[in-house]
Design a protein around this ligand. Structure first.
Ligand SMILES: Cc1ncc(C[n+]2csc(CCOP(=O)(O)OP(=O)(O)O)c2C)c(N)n1
Ligand SMILES: [Mg+2]
Length: 745
């Protein structure tokens, strides 16, 4: 190691001269890099100490990854570019402008922790002011969101009017910014490249030439699993090299100069609009996976020693000494300052106010816009003329002459109205476009598809392929990208073609979308709409085109779930969903799309139904039936027969909205009738009715004259042969029988 060295305060000439040598990095920047890298390591060390003292509760380090993070931050722009980092990116965040104190607030779980207000583990970065977007613990979920973020930036550059603020809906609370040539950075570990969502993200970024820098931080291990087990052939660069439009770099990520040069080239490629970049950086992991892991159990000493020789912090220190940028005194001075600062920051963080238990419900949903409020309750304007589609295909309508529109018609019209009103609305999903090869429709060679159920027909023709487009056949891709777009302020209204195929998106639907607001303590939000064709009674729909399963989603805090049973409610609830400030799962029953039951005239472009308000389909006095979706018309038929044949008066409640749901309407009815039946199409056990029954048992026990009953599908999937389908799904006759028994109890 060089020991004699020069004045740390080089003059500007020296700096300029040296700049040539360091790939554009000045000596001063290299000193800054050292400062940040050393601080990053010291914050890790301090957290480890605090964890051993049981003053913090989890620790995962960025050790070994520091040079890469600093280099990326130096090549990019905080508060201008967008960042989807992962837990090893402490040095990146520090270099972007986060402080050690903020990070230590996260470690103790303080109320003022800017990452999450004490809701997430430490190293789950979120810094709104720096455009560092909230991340979860689930490896790889950030990648598709980053793609959506980049798409939003491009969309806003092409549609700048869309960024305007507007009163009276979610836009009032969502500031939108974009730059035109911004880049989205997303990082992940070598193990995480095994996740399918990684490949989906590369595919879309490549195909759409999106300005995303994918940074794979390859420390050779995913906890204890080595890279050759994860990655065929052991090298991810080789596997991804066939994706078109990419700029590729494979580098030593422990060298900040090398890494900076690579990120500069990557950024140039992205900013020029040439497509995404892939930076595969070889780094080390000197502190085991986390404090809960001891790598000596699976890595021999020799391997660990070889890694240690590449440790980026001592390595940069040697470099600064060798190049004469700092001498030992200079290094010591920096290190002492940082040690003292980190210690003081830790002491201060340990004194910080802690979050209080009564705050736990804050930000599960938007604190600004309440979709159950009167603001979302309007009357249908029944004389309103239905707007003709510019696409010359009036909605999905097959009954242009009838004033009564189907649910399919009114969903299509509502989408059209809202797209006209709000340029932030974009629609994508499988088959939703009229024709991806838009010249075919422009040249009038084809009419266009517009959804397998034709719900989005004519929308691409009217609004263009920027706003209505097909996705790949990949459900996580749809929901993940939409989440990224919504985080930036767009309003994606995406379609999942069949509820039966929603599951590839489950990680995004369970661990991401509903949590963006809560886990970031309201720093970020992702209000969007997912339309899903759901349900059976199709005669031949069978196992994979008949599923319900709504309770899986009503069991997820943060997600609104609605399920209309008729055309008017579908229009009103969909409009509320689009204008709302929360993510909404909008369940559309396939059997009801074109049913005669529940048709209605076009209710105008302002018609809204608030969430959480049930509809009394039929008032009654003897028993209450609580239901929704396609069971509503069946229950109505059964109730009418019961009245006719046995003079039993049934009060029929259509919940319309499942989360929130209208407990007041249920309670008022059961207090009056003293008997309750919950009917739903999904399989019986552990279903939506279980919660309602439990609440009635708990809160209305003294009003009950009979046990609370449920009618639902059998605890099987739905079979193909109609005889089986009829036996499995609840029929009007089943409902009739159950209602009669309950009335007679
Ligand atoms: C989807 C998911 N599966 C499993 C885990 C548990 N887990 C956390 S980190 C990790 C290994 C990640 O390895 P890698 O991607 O190489 O990143 P590194 O930690 O090495 O930087 C695993 C298995 C998780 N958080 N998320
Ligand atoms: Mg790894």
């Amino acid at each position: 190691m060089a020991t004699t060295k020069v004045d740390p305060n080089l003059d500007e000439n020296d700096i300029a001269k040296k700049a040539q040598n360091y790939q554009g990095l000045t000596s001063r920047q290299l000193i800054d890099a050292y400062r940040i890298m050393f601080a990053s390591r010291r914050v890790d060390d301090r957290e480890i100490l605090l964890k051993r003292q049981q003053k913090v509760f989890f620790q995962i380090s960025g050790a070994g990854h520091e040079a890469l993070g600093v280099a990326a931050a130096f090549a990019l722009r905080p508060s201008y570019d967008w960042f989807y980092p992962y837990y090893r990116d402490r040095a990146l965040c520090l270099a972007l402008g986060a402080t050690p104190y903020e990070m230590l607030l996260g470690a103790v779980g303080a109320a003022d922790d800017p990452n999450s207000g004490g809701r997430q583990m430490p190293s789950h970065w979120a810094y709104k002011r720096l455009n560092v977007v909230t991340q979860s613990s689930a490896t790889g979920t950030q990648i598709l969101q980053a793609v959506g973020c980049a798409e939003a930036g491009r969309y806003l550059a092409r549609h700048p009017q869309a960024a305007r603020k507007a009163e009276g809906d979610y836009r009032q609370f969502k500031d939108v910014q974009f730059q035109g040539d911004e880049i989205t950075y997303v990082s992940l570990g070598d193990g995480t490249t095994s996740e399918g969502e990684f490949w989906e993200a590369l595919n879309t970024a490549s195909n759409r030439r999106l300005p995303v820098i994918f940074c794979v931080q390859d420390n050779q291990y995913a906890i204890s699993v080595p890279v050759e087990v994860q990655t065929a052939g052991g090298n991810i660069s080789r596997l991804v090299s066939g994706f078109p439009n990419f700029h590729f770099e494979e580098i030593d990520g422990t060298d900040p100069v090398v890494a900076y040069a690579a990120f500069k080239r990557a950024a140039d490629h992205c900013r020029a609009g040439d497509g995404p970049a892939f930076v595969h950086a070889h780094v080390i992991r000197p502190y085991s996976h986390s404090l809960s892991d001891d790598e000596r159990l699976y890595r021999p000493d020799a391997e660990r020693r070889a890694d240690a020789a590449r440790d980026p912090v001592p390595r940069l220190q040697m470099f600064l000494l060798r190049e004469g940028i700092l001498d030992e005194k200079g290094i010591t001075k920096i290190e002492r300052e940082i040690e003292e600062q980190v210690q003081a920051d830790a002491d201060r963080a340990l004194e910080a106010a802690l979050p209080q238990p009564e705050t736990i419900y804050n930000f599960v949903y938007s604190p600004d816009l309440d979709p159950t409020s009167a603001a979302f309750e309007t009357r249908p304007a029944l004389a309103a003329p239905e707007p003709a589609g510019d696409g010359k295909r009036p909605a999905a309508s097959q009954n242009k002459t009838s004033p009564n529109k189907t649910m399919a018609d009114l969903i299509n019209t509502t989408l059209r109205d809202e797209m006209r009103r709000d340029e932030r609305v974009v629609i994508f999903g499988q088959d939703v476009a009229d024709a991806s090869r838009e010249e075919y429709v422009k040249q009038k060679l084809v009419k266009g598809k517009g959804g397998v159920f034709k719900l989005t027909a004519g929308l691409q023709i009217e609004f263009g392929s920027d706003r209505v487009f097909n996705s790949p056949l990949a459900e996580a891709n749809i929901v993940g990208r939409a989440t990224g777009m919504a985080t930036r302020g767009l309003k994606p209204v995406v379609e999942i073609q069949f509820f039966d195929y929603i599951w590839p998106a489950m990680m995004q639907l369970r661990d991401e979308l509903p949590l963006i607001r809560w886990r970031s303590n309201n720093a970020f939000s992702a209000p969007l709409v997912i339309r899903v064709a759901i349900g059976g009674y199709l005669t031949g729909g069978a196992i994979y085109h008949s599923q319900c399963g709504e309770s899986i989603f009503t069991h997820t805090p943060g997600l609104r779930v609605v399920f209309p049973s008729n055309a008017l409610d579908a229009a009103g609830l969909l409009r509320t969903a689009i204008r709302c400030d929360d993510p909404v799962l909008f369940l559309e029953h396939k059997r009801l799309y074109r049913e005669t039951y529940g048709r209605a005239p076009y209710p105008g472009a302002e018609y809204m139904v608030p969430f959480g308000k049930a509809q009394i389909v039929q008032p009654g006095t003897d028993l209450t039936v609580i239901t929704y979706g396609a069971v509503v018309p069946r229950a109505l038929q059964a109730a009418q027969r019961l009245e006719r044949e046995h003079q039993v008066s049934v009060e029929l409640i259509d919940l319309r909205s499942l989360n929130p749901f209208d407990w007041d309407a249920i309670a008022a009815s059961v207090e009056k009738t003293n008997r309750a039946l919950i009917a739903y199409e999904d399989s019986l056990s552990w279903g939506y009715g279980a919660e309602i029954a439990a609440r009635i048992g708990d809160q209305l026990f003294h009003y009950l004259d009979a046990p609370v009953k449920r009618v639902a599908a059998t605890d099987t999937f739905v079979a193909y042969q109609p005889i089986l389908e009829n036996a499995i799904l609840p029929q009007a006759s089943d409902l009739f029988r159950a209602m009669k028994e309950l009335a007679e109890f």
